[in-house]
Ligand binder design. Structure first.
Ligand SMILES: Cc1ncc(COP(=O)(O)O)c(C=O)c1O
Length: 372
């Protein structure tokens, strides 16, 4: 039985160029980038090369890239580092927990308002305008939703923020593989990315910080990353992120079209199944479904027995039975929100993977319907 991996939105297999870097440059680089000796200088050179790659992929300046331990840290740093006590800030209801939980924690000293979404899971620009206040300091809206693949109108939201002098943070983790991210063009001040969703190493990420924006480091320690993120940088992680982002930026049009083709094939097949309800947004790599009367967990366990890996939403909550907060924000009931099944694809996905799912799923659903 050939295993089928359809959970790229949770994490992606390592890219060959990352493996190569690890066994060649990474293996030989012994120094700490802050050390003055030749080993340190070599490590610094590798780190700055990674930063240049990331900056080029984002059409940004090298000094705008802050390496972090992943998007969770980037999201936390963006909110905590940019806000001052008493500031009013807006966070969409469908954010990843890295944003939502930090926002709820910050609400003890700051004024948090949750931005509602419409029935499709989108933040309407008029809704943002309605919620803005004279003391609003920051707005945080994710680009592509990790559970459904909905794409937010980032350009329109960014224009509103810029016009009102409000900082705009965007979690772009799920957008990086197929969209042109260029934050400056879109009025984005802070942008979070993660390495492992793109075939880089887990524990790697970055926060783009628009030039001139002051950000308070959330870790006490050394002055690394221009005093915005204390601690010895994760050189292998940064290098892997640089390579993964460079690849994504170079291939994004072709890869977007290729994944869109796979998604079309998958969705044509699934839509023929009785009781199948499509929930997906427009992102080419995420296909989200509900199957009438069935809970996601039961389906995922059966698929796993057949060698097929999929997910019920965000990886952080997939070991619990929590209903999708994204579907609930869109008006779904708790029972409906327990039914979300997500298939997500990436650089190694092939037609055979889709076809295997389409072969297995009808029986899985039929068996579950009988035992219900
Ligand atoms: C949209 C989004 N934001 C943030 C994260 C957290 O990223 P990381 O695993 O790098 O901390 C994820 C990963 O699940 C995500 O999908």
């Amino acid at each position: 039985m050939r295993p089928v991996y359809l959970d790229y939105a949770a994490t992606a297999p390592l890219l060959p160029e990352v493996r190569r870097w690890l066994t060649e440059a990474g293996f030989e680089t012994a120094g700490n980038p802050s050390s003055l000796h030749r080993f340190g200088r070599q490590a610094r050179m590798e780190l700055e090369q990674a930063r240049e790659r990331c900056a080029a992929a984002l059409k940004a300046r090298v000094e705008e890239i802050v390496f972090t331990s992943g998007a969770t840290e980037s999201d936390n740093l963006a909110l905590s580092g940019a806000l001052a006590p008493g500031d009013h800030f807006l966070v969409s209801a469908v954010e990843h927990p890295a944003v939502l939980e930090r926002a709820r924690w910050l609400a003890r000293e700051h004024r948090l308002q949750i931005l509602p979404v419409d029935a499709r899971g989108l933040v309407a620009p008029e809704e943002l305008l309605r919620c803005l206040r004279p003391d609003t300091r920051l707005v945080s809206v994710m680009w592509v939703n990790n559970e459904l693949g909905t794409i937010q109108p980032i350009a329109a939201l960014g224009a509103i923020c810029r016009e009102h002098g409000v900082l705009f943070h965007v979690d772009a983790v799920q957008a990086a593989g197929f969209l042109d991210l260029s934050p400056e063009r879109l009025g984005i001040d802070l942008l979070s990315l993660s390495g492992h969703k793109l075939g880089g190493l887990s524990g790697s990420g970055l926060l783009y910080v628009r030039r001139g924006l002051r950000l308070a480091s959330q870790l006490a320690g050394g002055g690394q990353e221009d005093h915005r993120r204390a601690g010895t940088p994760n050189l292998s992680g940064a290098a892997s992120l640089g390579l993964a982002l460079e690849r994504a930026a170079t291939n994004r049009a072709n890869e977007g079209a290729r994944l869109g083709g796979l998604k079309g094939r998958l969705e044509r097949g699934l839509s023929r199944l009785p009781g199948a309800l499509r929930l997906s947004g427009a992102a080419p790599h995420i296909s989200a479904w509900r199957f009438a009367g069935l809970r996601a967990e039961a389906i995922l366990v059966r698929l796993d027995l057949e060698g097929i890996a999929a997910s019920s939403g965000s990886a952080c909550s997939s070991h619990s039975l929590e209903p999708s907060h994204v579907l609930q924000a869109m008006g779904a009931s708790q029972e409906e929100a327990l039914g979300l099944v997500r298939f997500s694809m990436g650089w190694q996905s092939k037609e055979q993977d889709v076809d295997r799912l389409l072969e297995v799923l009808p029986n899985t659903l039929a068996e579950l319907a009988v035992t219900r």
